[in-house]
Write a protein that binds this ligand. Structure first.
Ligand SMILES: Cc1ncc(COP(=O)(O)O)c(C=O)c1O
Length: 373
């Protein structure tokens, strides 16, 4: 009965399938669980953030900074804005920013362009607001296809989502082509570039933050979940021009982030040692895993993120299930297998398990597994 009362756009939202948690896997086995399924920071959280959260705990009864002004100003300074707080809006992770953008800009029938496969929250934001998804395939290298998206723009286009590096493939677009894409946007289109993983890219020019300017309808999404290891605190932010920021800021609620999340994010931003080490570990691990998996006969997509998308030749769901039996949680609900880059020890252990499982003969080849009926 209640389903019939729910708005059609919300009714269509498919359930989100999260990566298995280590806690749930531990309930079924005594062995050590290695979770490389949700692209979390395998070094843990920034130690400075942990310390700041501990210091904030006694003040849990006091409301936090209502508009997150302190953190906004600090982030804005990091990016070199002259009027720092006026370019930054804090959100409940980058996911919260995607939902907010959808709520603000997408109306019934508005066309929203993105490529697939990608992060599912864009489709969710479109459906939730009764927009019309206009979906194009990724390039063969697993990046968003700028030419196809530009060709898809019509008078009815309201938004474009661009995930760079893309989840689940890790592919990035050419920085110069992306800049040209941003500059060529028509005035009735808002472009959201999701840079949740950009800090792991080898190319410092990959980010489009430098393109933010008055009159340019560009919103860049960032998160504390990945580089700073704060996925559990649910805090992220948008960077944009003053005009768009003022719309976002007045649309977002007060107290969007709790006291612990704000303290953690503030301290993490100053923890440049931890951030540098996280980047170093991911880049080295990405190379190690790419080489090891390629040697095993897999096709590894070129990744600039903290995960790899891998065509192992085996059925991804069956492979993930067999790995889980051996204590390794990876993602098996895409067309290919996705695995988060870990520490050197974790990566070595993951390769051993994958090699054993693939040699065991228990996992069906891709395309031969029975489909759920
Ligand atoms: C591309 C992309 N954007 C955004 C997010 C969400 O991040 P957050 O934890 O900040 O909500 C994720 C999470 O995995 C992601 O892969």
């Amino acid at each position: 009965m209640i389903e019939s009362l729910v708005k059609p756009g919300i009714r269509q939202i498919p359930p989100y399938i999260p990566g298995d948690t280590a806690e749930s896997a531990r309930r079924h086995t005594a062995q050590e669980i290695l979770k490389l399924a949700s692209n979390e920071n395998q070094l843990g959280a920034s130690p400075k953030a942990l310390e700041a959260m501990r210091a904030a705990v006694p003040f849990a009864h006091v409301y936090p900074d209502p508009f997150c002004a302190g953190l906004r100003a600090k982030i804005g300074r990091v990016f070199g804005f002259a009027d720092p707080a006026d370019h930054v809006t804090i959100s409940t992770g980058a996911s919260g920013a995607i939902a907010l953008l959808g709520e603000i800009f997408i109306g019934a029938g508005d066309e929203v362009i993105y490529c697939e496969p990608t992060f599912g929250a864009y489709a969710g934001a479109v459906r939730r607001n009764a927009g019309t998804p206009v979906v194009r395939p990724l390039t063969a290298a697993g990046a968003f296809d700028l030419d196809a998206m530009r060709a898809a723009v019509t008078d009815r286009t309201k938004m474009i989502f661009l995930c760079n590096p893309n989840n689940p493939t890790g592919g990035t677009v050419d920085p110069a082509a992306l800049r040209a894409f941003v500059r060529g946007l028509p005035g009735h289109v808002v472009l959201a570039v999701d840079e949740a993983y950009i800090e792991f890219s080898d190319d410092p020019s990959a980010s489009v933050v430098s393109e933010i300017a008055e009159g340019v309808n560009l919103v860049v999404l960032r998160t504390f979940s990945k580089l700073y290891g704060l996925a559990g605190m649910r805090i992220g932010y948008t960077l944009t021009n003053r005009e768009i920021h003022s719309v976002l800021q007045r649309s977002t609620g007060v107290f969007v982030a709790g006291r612990l999340a704000l303290a953690a994010a503030d301290a993490a931003l100053s923890d440049t040692d931890f951030a540098a080490e996280s980047v170093r570990v991911v880049r080295a691990g990405r190379c190690f895993l790419t080489e090891a998996l390629t040697e095993m006969g897999c096709r590894v997509y070129p990744s600039q993120a903290n995960f790899l998308y891998v065509d192992t030749g085996y059925d991804p769901a069956a492979l993930a299930a067999a790995c889980k039996e051996r204590g390794l949680i990876i993602r098996g609900n895409f067309a290919h297998t996705r695995i988060t880059v870990g520490t050197p020890r974790q990566n070595g252990h993951a390769v051993e398990i994958l090699r054993d499982v693939m040699a065991s003969g228990v996992v069906p080849r891709a395309g031969t597994a029975p489909q759920a009926g």
